[in-house]
Design a binder for this molecule. Structure first.
Ligand code: ASP
Ligand code: MG
Length: 422
């Protein structure tokens, strides 16, 4: 059995869904197919939860009807008549969503979020499963809300691996006896009490890894609108290069530093069972794509570049000019963690501790306040963090042209540069 994952962009309209069916039909093996919500539906569902929470009924109803129309429109593009049961099923999901407004006043935002946002994945997978069957591909819809077991940290639920593996064995794998393709929602799961949870935004890649791990799949393929993993975001470089073959370890490193092609949690479970991961283009499905597997032999061949913009560099000095030793370093880290700042890079000297954070994720005033009693704090904003894996002098020169380098850190494999435009 193989696992395929199709993201929102690959099912954004009727033509896209037809393309998914055509890709699936080329593979004779049993397939577990993980699908995200269609197009920008998750963002739209987030807005719907917001209106429910703010008790804005008119806008809530309007947005729900917009989402219903979006899905019915896709269905109309896929089926000649509306006799297929999926029309009624999709309508029912939105009817039930409308009822939520008057059911009760919600009191736990994250809980409500998961119960509602998950509907995007539910309707998407219903449509895909129905259309695959319509295209003579013997398929069954399966429900992650009965298979992927999590704790109850709504919006960031953690997977209960043992129970999930049992549930895949009991409720999922046997369905292959009568089906060639099993379609399941990405991104969602359920608690022991049966409430719906979500695994964090962009979590569908992770679901594909969970499925593959629990079913001992032969491989996972993530179908994307890019030819594979590239060595830089094409937003920054015109001449990006595809990475043909990299190791699990390298993929984890790249996603840690901010490469956004695959969800960071995806690789680890696959690495544990040595299940190869392919990243391929749904636009050009015959093309090779990127293979992520155990061997590290090709990791060094192509340097990769990861850019983070809008960075803020803080510089902290003890007011009594004491040296920075373990004791005040741990006090500094404690204070940083108290204000929930997430460090991208840090460095210290005798009297000074510097750390870099994302401006968008950090409350600068809070950072200033938390240090104020015992430290002098300065900060420099509008900076850029550049990470180069497998760097050399030429790659560093290339990215620092017309930039002032404020801080540089190098290990054998990785160079990190904090820079500012000149
Ligand atoms: N639909 C979810 C999101 O947009 C999960 C995913 O696409 O991976 O975040
Ligand atoms: Mg997505």
């Amino acid at each position: 059995m193989k696992v395929f994952k199709f993201g929102g962009a690959s099912v954004k309209d009727a033509d896209a869904v037809r393309n998914v069916a055509s890709i699936v039909s080329r593979y004779p093996e049993k397939l577990g197919v993980v699908v995200s919500a269609m197009g920008k539906t998750t963002n739209a569902m987030e807005e719907i939860v917001g209106q429910l929470w703010d008790r804005n009924e008119a806008r809530f109803v309007e947005l729900v009807e917009e989402r219903r129309a979006f899905h019915l429109d896709i269905l109309a593009g896929l089926f000649e008549t509306n006799e297929n049961g999926v029309f009624a099923e999709v309508n029912k999901e939105f009817d039930q969503l409308l009822l939520k407004y008057s059911e009760r006043v919600p009191d736990n935002f994250n809980f409500e979020y998961d119960q509602i946002v998950s509907i995007g994945e539910v309707v998407s997978t219903k449509i895909i499963a129905a259309f695959l069957n319509e295209s003579s591909i013997k398929s069954s819809w399966t429900d992650a809300r009965e298979i992927v077991r999590t704790d109850n940290q709504y919006r960031e639920a953690e997977v209960d691996w043992n129970r999930t593996e049992e549930l895949f064995t009991e409720k999922f794998i046997p369905l292959f006896d009568d089906n060639d393709v099993l379609v399941m929602q990405g991104f969602i799961g359920h608690t022991a009490e049966g409430f719906t949870t979500t695994l964090g935004r962009e979590g569908s890649d992770f679901t594909a890894a969970i499925m593959a791990y629990c079913c001992n799949a032969e491989s996972v393929t993530i179908w994307k609108d890019v030819p594979g993993m590239l060595n830089a975001d094409p937003k920054w470089f015109e001449d990006t290069v595809k990475l043909d073959r990299i190791s699990f370890k390298e993929a984890i490193e790249l996603s840690y530093y901010g490469a956004s092609v695959i969800h960071p949690k995806t690789v680890k479970p696959l690495q544990n069972k040595k299940i190869p991961l392919y990243v391929k283009s749904f636009i050009d499905p015959e093309a090779e794509g990127t293979t992520i597997q155990a061997s590290e032999s090709q990791d060094h061949l192509i340097p990769s570049f990861i850019f983070k913009l809008d960075q803020v560099l803080f510089s902290i000095t003890p007011k009594d000019f004491s040296f920075l030793v373990e004791k005040n370093l741990s006090d500094i880290l404690n204070r940083i963690s108290r204000v929930n700042a997430k460090i991208n890079v840090m460095q210290n000297s005798a009297l000074n501790f510097s750390f870099l954070v994302d401006a968008a994720k950090t409350d600068i005033q809070k950072v200033l306040d938390v240090f104020e009693d015992q430290y002098l704090v300065k900060f420099n904003d509008g900076l850029e963090l550049i990470t180069i894996r497998h760097y050399d002098d030429a790659t560093i020169d290339r990215v620092t042209k017309n930039k002032e380098v404020l801080l540089e850190q190098k290990t054998r494999e990785t160079a990190r540069l904090i820079v500012k435009n000149k």
